[in-house]
Design a binder for this molecule. Structure first.
Ligand SMILES: NC(=O)C1=CN([C@@H]2O[C@H](COP(=O)(O)OP(=O)(O)OC[C@H]3O[C@@H](n4cnc5c(N)ncnc54)[C@H](OP(=O)(O)O)[C@@H]3O)[C@@H](O)[C@H]2O)C=CC1
Ligand SMILES: Nc1nc(=O)c2c([nH]1)NC[C@@H]1CN(c3ccc(C(=O)N[C@@H](CCC(=O)O)C(=O)O)cc3)C=[N+]21
Length: 305
């Protein structure tokens, strides 16, 4: 059998960013509003700094305002909550992103809950999770699942009805919202996790397999149904062959899977760039809602806007 089609998330994300840039220009022209995202980073975690920098770069490229709030790792939780209150009240800020993970002395759930749902660009607030789960208008959809769904639709077409989907991982930021989106798209959805019996067998039934476990190359080639669409969300840094260097791998053993799957996302260059492009899309959508302008269809994914 021929090797799988490699889904080019980097290229799709570039196209999406261009559509967002057009939307930003249109909103400026029609309503005089420039979308703005506040990015809050607490501490000096090197990986977080890399992600935050690429978000800030993308914002500027797309003509949006970037408000950076970098704070020391030992800041008090009360100070962070006060910063969120300030950003909630600032009309130039349409989206707020608090980079995770936060230092251990800060309660992440408490901080995420403090963001007003309309400005929750990540879609992590319980109100947005609830709107998504109940299929109601105005939900802000978490960026990684949204980006994954856009890649799935680009690969298989808009109509996903009746397809068997397996989501491996049940976190609040990836697995659960991914399953909700696929359910909304009329897939038959199974969620697997660390207590699942016969993980390979569950995976082998899936037409669409989304892996979000954070275990390097855990999903093997013989876990994959021939012809399946495989979305690898995992970002794992592992030691490279060359001493002292590291490389990124996904949750799927790519070299094996590419021989079995119909289509597969690489790591890097798959879901990662989509996460950032969707953050830009969510910020634009939040600014549109605040201004009373139409919300881009891509941000709503067939749900009521
Ligand atoms: N591309 C991107 O933009 C992003 C990538 N990521 C990456 O996606 C991956 C998942 O992230 P996230 O959802 O935050 O991770 P979490 O650690 O929050 O969740 C991992 C999930 O995988 C399950 N799991 C862990 N080990 C196993 C196992 N051996 N067998 C079966 N299930 C297992 C856990 O099960 P249980 O619930 O039972 O413990 C849990 O539900 C990571 O590699 C992360 O780096 C994350 C966000 C964005
Ligand atoms: N509030 C919050 N929201 C997030 O969305 C969030 C977060 N916190 N904390 C950390 C995770 C991780 N994350 C990634 C974003 C982009 C890439 C990405 O672009 N990856 C590139 C490679 C980058 C590299 O080379 O390191 C790729 O896959 O091609 C990866 C991971 C967002 N996260």
């Amino acid at each position: 059998m021929a090797d799988a089609k490699i889904i080019d998330g980097k290229a799709f994300a570039a196209g999406l960013r261009a559509r967002v840039a057009d939307g930003v220009a249109a909103l400026k022209a029609s309503h005089g509003v420039t979308p703005g995202l506040a990015v809050v980073l607490v501490g000096e975690d090197p990986a977080s700094q890399v992600y935050v920098r690429s978000k800030e770069r993308a914002l500027v490229e797309l003509g949006m305002n970037s408000f950076d709030h970098h704070r020391a790792a030992d800041m008090a939780e009360s100070e962070l909550l006060a910063l969120i209150d300030h950003l909630n009240a600032d009309p130039a800020v349409h989206g707020i992103l608090v980079q995770l993970p936060l230092p251990g002395h800060i309660d992440s759930q408490k901080v995420l809950a403090r963001i007003v749902p309309e400005k929750d660009a990540d879609g992590f607030h319980v109100v947005n999770a609830g709107l998504l789960a109940t299929g109601q208008p105005g939900a802000i959809v978490p960026c990684t699942p949204l980006g994954s769904l856009l890649l799935i639709r680009d690969t298989l077409g808009r109509d996903l009805k009746g397809k068997r989907a397996l989501v491996l991982g049940r976190s609040n930021i990836v697995g659960k919202p991914m399953a909700q989106l696929l359910l909304q798209a009329d897939c038959t959805v199974t969620m697997a996790h660390s207590r699942t019996v016969d993980l390979p067998g569950e995976c082998r039934r899936a037409d669409i397999l989304v892996a979000a476990v954070g275990r390097p190359e855990m999903v093997r080639g013989d876990w994959i149904k021939p012809g399946a669409t495989v979305i690898d969300v995992g970002i794992n840094r592992v030691p490279a062959a060359e001493a002292g260097k590291s490389r990124l791998v996904g949750d799927v053993a790519f070299d094996e899977a590419v021989k079995v799957a119909g289509a597969i996302t690489p790591v890097p260059g798959g879901v990662g760039p989509m996460t950032i492009a969707c953050l830009m899309l969510n910020t634009l959508a939040a600014a549109c809602r605040a201004a009373g302008a139409p919300v881009p269809e891509e941000a709503a994914q067939g749900m009521a806007r």
